[in-house]
Ligand binder design. Structure first.
Ligand SMILES: *Cc1c(COP(=O)(O)O)cnc(C)c1O
Length: 232
């Protein structure tokens, strides 16, 4: 068995166990295989093991890979997006997880309106730990951003994405996951998020995805625990 296959089976087992611990069905949680800086051979290997959802951070790198890989992969964008690249991103990805300002949301909406490609699901990236160096809208500014996004017909805000302050101890990160869930539920109750069902919470990475699932994650983003360390 290859290393990727071994890793993938271990992650799937742990995901299912974490879901069951809190009374959730394992199918409620999807694994985003974070393939940034990984060669297409490794993506193909994970694909051969049944993985269909991948996350990329860099637009140029993603475009080259997507062109070389088979159809049948669902790509999510999880990197920093510039508004002048929004049109390209909207054509490449099934979901953009990193909308954190109105300018990006408007640029996506405009390009989709031009291309007639249909409605694009997006997540709002929240700077849940209020770290100055990190992207994401401040928790208290989410509602205002979502009110503006509600008026854009070609994108749909499905949920929140967070990258809390890093800690090797998932118990340190858990309170941020819980705050994210509470924020998302409050926004949904106000009719600002996932109004047509299917709230998404993208949280948890290699070091803490089990805690994230216990706190309500529906999408976990795992890179190094699946593919091994990235070359950078
Ligand atoms: C790189 C990255 C990940 C995956 O991180 P690992 O610790 O390797 O699992 C998840 N989310 C985002 C936004 C990333 O940039």
């Amino acid at each position: 068995m290859s290393l990727i296959q071994t890793n993938l089976e271990l992650i799937r087992t742990r995901m299912a166990a974490a879901a069951r611990r809190t009374g959730r069905a394992p199918e409620e949680v999807r694994l985003v295989a974070v393939s940034k800086k990984q060669p297409v051979e490794r993506i193909n290997e994970a694909f051969a093991c049944g993985q269909r959802l991948f996350g990329e951070n860099y637009l140029q790198e993603a475009a080259e890979k997507i062109a070389r890989l088979d159809q049948g992969i669902d790509w999510h964008f999880i990197g920093h997006l510039q508004s002048n690249k929004a049109g390209t991103a909207a054509t490449l990805f099934g979901m953009i997880q990193t909308v954190d300002r109105l300018k990006i949301a408007r640029a996506l909406d405009r390009s989709l309106s031009d291309s007639g490609a249909g409605i694009l699901p997006v997540l709002i990236q929240v700077n849940i730990g209020r770290e100055p160096q990190k992207a994401g809208v401040a928790p208290e500014d989410c509602a205002a951003l979502l009110k503006d996004i509600r008026d854009l017909p070609n994108i749909r805000a499905r949920g929140l994405m967070v990258m809390p302050p890093f800690s090797a101890d998932p118990e340190q990160t858990r309170p941020y996951f819980r705050q994210t869930r509470e924020l998302a539920f409050a926004l949904r109750a106000k009719g600002l998020l996932a109004v047509d069902g299917g709230l998404e919470l993208s949280m948890g990475m290699s070091a803490d995805y089990e805690a994230a699932i216990e706190e309500g994650a529906t999408l976990i983003r795992v890179g190094s625990a699946l593919f091994g360390e990235r070359k950078s």
